[in-house]
Structures are given as C-alpha cells and as structure tokens.
Design a protein around this ligand. Structure first.
Ligand code: NGQ
Ligand code: ZN
Length: 465
C-alpha cells in the first residue's frame, strides 16, 4: 500500500485537514480519513481535489482549434459550416496523426485537472471509407495515446450509419465514420479485452446522434454492447442545434430528447443511469424535468457550445430539479476544467442578470457546487470508479498550487472559487495523480516534451499540405 498525506482535501463530506490516504496496487483508495501526519507518506502540500472526468472528447479536433475562426465569403458561418471545415480536416489524418494529437491533448487535459476522458470516437476507417487491415486501428491509437499520457479512458466507439433523420444516405465526407450493425458488433468484440479488468479503462458505445442511426440500429448497437457489458455507458449527441430539433419534429412529431425519453423499450427504460445526453441544449420545460428525473447525465460542453453558437442549456431549472451534469471539452477549442465550469455559470448570469446562480442555496460556493456536480455526473457518465477521495475510488488527485498568486491566502472553497473564477495565464495546478501515479509535476506533464515534439511534427505536415 502506498500512503499519501493530503494537507487539505475535499472529501465527500467537505474539506478536511491532514487526510491520510492508502492506495492499493490497482490504484484504488483503500482508506481516506483525517489522521496524524505520517513521515512515510507522500505529502501533497496544499488543497487537493478529486480529478475531474472529461465526459466528451473528439481528440482529433484539438488540432483544428483556431482554424475555423475566419469568416466565409458570405459571412453566414454556423455550426454546419464549421462541420464542413472539420470534415475536410478529418479526411487528412493518418493513424500516426491521430495518436500524436490525442497524446498531446491528453497530456494537456491532465495539466488542466481532467484525470479521465470519455472519447467519443468516430474516425474509424481510411480516408476513402475502407477499413484498415485492423478495423480497430484508430481505436487502438486512442488507447495507446491514453496509455502514454496516463489518463483514464472510457472508449466509446461511435455507431454512425446515416446522414440525417429518416435513414438519409450519408455524405461522401462521412465515409470514414460508417458501420453497419454487424461490423460494429465485431469492433466492440475486438476492443473489449483491452478495456476490461482495469480500474482506469471502460468500453461503452456512442450512437452518434438521432441523425446517424435509425431506431432499429440504435437497438442493435445497444444489444452489441450488452453482450459484453450490460451496465456500460451509452452516450449520444442530442438537441445541440435548433435545426436538429426541427428535423426531428418533422420526422417523428417529437423533439429529440422527448423522442428518446419516450422510447423506454431497450432493455427497460432507455434513459437511465447508463446514458449521457451530450449537449441536450434545446429542452422545453417538460423535457427539462423529465431528463432531470431520468438519472441520465447531461453532458455539457460550455466552451465548445459557445464556440459553435449552439445556444444555452437551461442549467438553473435542470439542476434545481435534481438533474445530473458533467463537463466535456468536446472540440477542445479550450482544454480547461476551470474555464468550462466558469462559462457554465457565466452563460446563466448573462441571461438572468444575476450572480452565483448555480450555487444551489444560500451561502454556498458556486465553484464547489459546480465542481462536485461535474465530478459525480462525470464519474457516472464514464462508468469509472472516480470522482471522490473515498474508499473504492481511484486515487486521482489534483493538487492546487498554494504559491500561485491567484490562490494566495486562500484555502478550501475560497481556493476552489479562486481557481475557477480568476483566470490566470499561469496554471494554478501543481501536481496531478492518476491511480496514485504522478503524471503532472509543477504544472507540466511528465512526458510533455516528447509528446509536444511528436505533435508538432504531425501538425507541421498536416498544415503544410
Ligand atoms: C461531431 N460535434 O461529431 O464532432 C459534432 C459535429 C455533428 C459537435 N456536435 C457533427 N459539437 O453533430 O453532426
Ligand atoms: Zn461531440
């Protein structure tokens, strides 16, 4: 057993000083309780938080951050024109590029305080659409990048077959993403062994969206996962853009979240603790409370949703109704726990012309409420034992830097609020541990130089072409 002494730690019942944590060989916490200082334990000298799950990532998109900020010829840029830029970028990537970009991204996530990621992975095939000789090639690149960086991974191979509601044929540019039910089931079977029996890995699925699957294919995808792990996570993009809501209404007479909530047929209720509804931006009042009651997690990606002009999730009503949330960095226009939580709150402040709107009660810290909500919902969405410094959870620690100017004189909730709300160029994170292993030291990932060099080589080639 390794032992750690946390000078100040956020435990499930609040902040405590001098917490002794024992960690077993699998990287899980065996014991965590306030205790007397112990000379043999590794000292984490400052405020320590549980590592944050990142519940939504398309790793390759990190490499196009900033490349879609230039207005087009008629100034009518939107989510859909961004998507065309993204498709052109995705078409050029080699397996080496995918691994290099994901490795750099995952190191940056760790530096930002994310200790595990749900990778919503849809780039499967060669540029023309033919499978690689190993059909799981690009998934294996993601697994390799996660191993190199030392980040927890819930891998979600994406089920994608159609180009729009009502089984519309896909576009040419979507060829790299496509599977039928049979090939998809084989992909899951091939990947399962590498993702089972490790506290930091999990296999789940991601039907891309209601645009990309039919109801039958959705059922078949879930059945293929259930044959491997009937409790594993299921993620789907939903109701992100109003055009998607309109198309869904035209197709089914129902709004996307309403349609999904009404299914209730796939092995019991469709929506339950396994599901993560990514974005769920456009909800009416009834969908808001129904989703809150469903136990599913709303996967919020505030910086990407702002960048793409999606709209604003009704966070105040949803959270007041007990709705579960987590955060994801999605397109990775920004990779920052602090910025995504801050923007989640600021979007609501700007609309409601008020302050501390998501604090959830009188005299409560806004940062603490959001951080704890995202820990809990994120851990559920990833299906991983994380999100708390408590027995049975993985020893993922984020040590805030008590010497950072932004944190001077602060501890507990004040340190957490200062980290989240006072943006500083210099990171306020000192060290990060995953399963008891230190992967970030003094703000830098332990392999940052190698990963950055490999990433730079890939990007030079990609952008010179
Ligand atoms: C994606 N991204 O799959 O990368 C999507 C865009 C789509 C976001 N939704 C493509 N942010 O939804 O069709
Ligand atoms: Zn997405």
């Amino acid at each position: 057993m390794r032992r750690f002494l946390l000078r100040q730690a956020l435990l499930p019942d609040g902040w405590h000083d001098h917490v002794l944590v024992s960690v077993d060989a699998a990287g899980l916490i065996a014991k965590a309780a306030p205790g007397t200082p112990d000379a043999a334990a590794t000292l984490l000298d400052g405020p320590v938080l549980p590592g944050m799950p990142n519940l939504h990532s398309h790793a390759f998109q990190r490499a196009m951050a900033g490349l879609a900020e230039r207005s087009g010829p008629d100034m009518s840029d939107s989510f859909w024109t961004w998507r065309e830029t993204m498709y052109r970028f995705a078409a050029k990537l080699t397996p080496e590029d995918v691994e290099a970009i994901a490795g750099q991204l995952y190191a940056e996530m760790l530096e930002a305080g994310f200790t595990a990621v749900a990778e919503f992975h849809y780039l499967h095939h060669q540029p023309g659409g033919a499978p690689y000789s190993d059909p799981a090639e690009l998934s294996r690149r993601i697994l390799a990048a996660a191993d190199t960086a030392g980040i927890g991974l819930t891998h979600l191979p994406v089920l994608y077959r159609y180009g729009g509601f009502g089984a519309r044929e896909p576009q040419e540019r979507q060829r790299r993403f496509l599977h039928d039910a049979e090939a998809y089931a084989k992909l899951l079977q091939a990947l399962a062994p590498a993702l089972q029996n490790r506290s930091d890995r999990r296999l789940g699925i991601a039907p891309h969206s209601l645009r990309a699957v039919t109801p039958d294919l959705l059922r078949e995808g879930i059945a293929a996962l259930d044959a491997i792990d009937s409790a594993a996570p299921i993620h789907i993009h939903i109701a992100e853009q109003t055009a998607e809501v309109d198309d869904c209404l035209a197709w089914s007479g129902k709004r996307p979240v309403q349609w999904l909530l009404d299914q209730g047929v796939v092995n019991g209720p469709v929506i339950n603790g396994r599901w993560c509804l990514v974005h769920a931006t456009h909800l009416d009042a009834e969908e808001t409370w129904r989703l809150a009651e469903s136990k599913a997690v709303a996967g919020l990606c505030p910086t990407t949703e702002a960048n793409l002009g999606d709209g604003l999730f009704p966070a105040i009503d949803y959270m007041a109704a007990g709705g579960r949330i987590g955060i994801g960095s999605d397109s990775h226009i920004s990779v920052s726990v602090a910025e995504d939580l801050r923007l989640l709150e600021y979007g609501q402040r700007l609309v409601h012309r008020s302050r501390t709107v998501l604090a959830g009660g009188a005299e409560r810290s806004t940062g603490r409420r959001l951080y704890e909500a995202a820990l809990k919902g994120g851990a559920q969405a990833l299906g991983q034992p994380m999100g708390a410094i408590a027995p049975g959870h993985r020893a993922d620690f984020v040590l805030l830097d008590q010497d950072a100017p932004a944190l001077a004189g602060r501890s507990g909730d004040m340190a957490l609020d200062a980290w989240i709300f006072s943006h500083q160029a210099r990171s306020a994170i000192r060290d990060v541990y995953v399963a008891g292993q230190r992967v970030v030291e003094n703000g830098r990932h332990i392999r940052s130089e190698d990963l950055a060099a490999r990433h730079a080589r890939a990007l030079r080639r990609l952008l010179e072409e």
